[in-house]
Design a protein around this ligand. Structure first.
Ligand code: NAD
Length: 353
């Protein structure tokens, strides 16, 4: 179970938990419909407020992040989101990034677990906690002209705060504690970026001391060594916590260890709100064809169940997906199977029940 947001507690007496539902763009509506069937089958205690964002928001409401969508998340503090398309180069700013900033979703939680054995490694079970708001992603960038070249020099400033480092490391250690994990690895580059990532490391060490007596050990890796060691022997890691840019790269590396981004779920979690989403994009090449793999959003929905205190239901969804892939051998085209979205969903619903 993840560190809790204020809203995250199982309601008593059968009361429903409001969730903002953003089906998103491209294959988003297809994988969302599939995920809702599974949530219904497992008896998830959610009631949905349907809203738009991304290109769909722009088309339907004239805004890639409509006010009604933001107001809904402000109310519910919990959202399940399909992929949102972002124009490359020009156009509007990523609605995903805006949502993270708007609701201070400082932790990006990315589990990577082997679903289909026979790949490079079996039995991988890693969790990456990425700082989501600071570092080099704050977007303080500019050029310095020299002579007749207006872009002769490019500058970027990273911003890490002690409070931000403490907050993300506390999240990671608390996650480890609540989920029976044993070790947290602090990943940094404090040998070179002595201030920017040194401050993160300092905050992490301070947090680690508080968890020693609770049975969570801590170790440290420099980012480059960590990348190599993840490829050579990923089993030496358990929970990894790191700054924004390193986390972005390592979370894709971890997804690669278990078969790629198509199967990766994620949670963007803050003190007051949480948004769960699949890591993949809107897959415009297969949108509307009914062949998309809905597994990643289903696993993200399982993370959401876990987050609000329904661990048993979350485990049932995960187990149903494992059984469908391994015992029933029902898989979508991207995983080498023949099932379409509906057939895969039907198989998961049957297993959940
Ligand atoms: P993509 O993930 O949409 O697609 C990459 C490839 O993977 C495509 O061939 C696609 O068909 C396949 N694929 C992705 N998800 C799949 C699924 N569930 N089942 C089967 N096949 C799947 O990446 P892209 O093409 O780089 O991005 C397309 C759009 O999505 C862009 O506008 C991008 O900005 C956006 N995007 C959004 C998010 C998000 O909202 N979290 C994340 C990544 C990309």
């Amino acid at each position: 179970m993840a560190a809790k947001t204020k809203k995250a507690a199982a309601p008593k007496g059968g009361r429903k938990i409001p969730v903002t539902l953003i089906p998103g763009d491209g294959i988003g509506p297809e994988v969302t419909e599939a995920t809702l069937e599974v949530l219904d089958a497992v008896g998830a205690p959610f009631e949905y407020e349907w809203h738009t964002a991304g290109v769909t928001g722009l088309k339907k409401e004239g805004d890639p992040l409509p006010k009604a969508t933001l107001d809904s998340v402000r109310r519910t503090r919990l959202a399940l989101k399909g992929p949102l398309a972002t124009p490359v180069g020009g156009g509007f700013r990523s609605s995903n990034v805006r949502l993270r900033e708007e609701f201070t979703l400082y932790a990006n939680l990315r589990p990577a677990r082997t679903l289909i054995p026979g790949g490079r490694y079996d039995n991988i079970d890693l969790v990456l906690v990425r700082e989501n708001l600071e570092g080099l992603y704050v977007g303080f960038e500019h050029y310095i002209p020299v002579g007749d070249d207006p872009r002769a020099v490019a500058l970027a400033s990273g911003v890490n705060t002690r409070a931000g480092g403490r907050r993300i490391c506390e999240f990671a250690f608390e996650y480890a504690l609540r989920n029976g994990r044993k070790k947290v690895t602090l990943v940094h580059k404090a040998n070179v970026l002595k201030a920017l990532t040194g401050l993160f490391l300092e905050a992490g060490r301070e947090v680690a001391k508080r968890y020693e007596s609770k049975g969570i050990t801590c170790d440290e890796r420099i980012i480059d060594a960590c990348a190599m060691q993840l490829v050579m022997n990923p089993y030496q890691f358990d929970v990894i916590v790191t700054t924004n840019l390193f986390g972005d790269i390592l979370s894709d590396l971890n997804a690669g260890l278990v078969g790629g981004l198509g199967m990766a779920p994620a949670g963007n979690i803050g003190k007051d709100a949480a948004i769960f989403e699949a890591v993949h994009g809107s897959a415009p090449d297969i949108a509307g064809k009914g062949v998309a793999n809905p597994l990643a959003l289903m696993l993200s929905a399982a993370m959401m169940l876990d987050h609000v205190g329904y661990q048993e239901k979350a485990k049932r969804v995960q187990k149903a997906i494992d059984d469908v892939l391994l015992k029933d051998k029902v898989r979508t085209g991207d995983l080498g199977g023949k099932a379409n979205t509906k057939q895969f969903t039907r198989a998961v619903v049957a297993r959940v029940k």
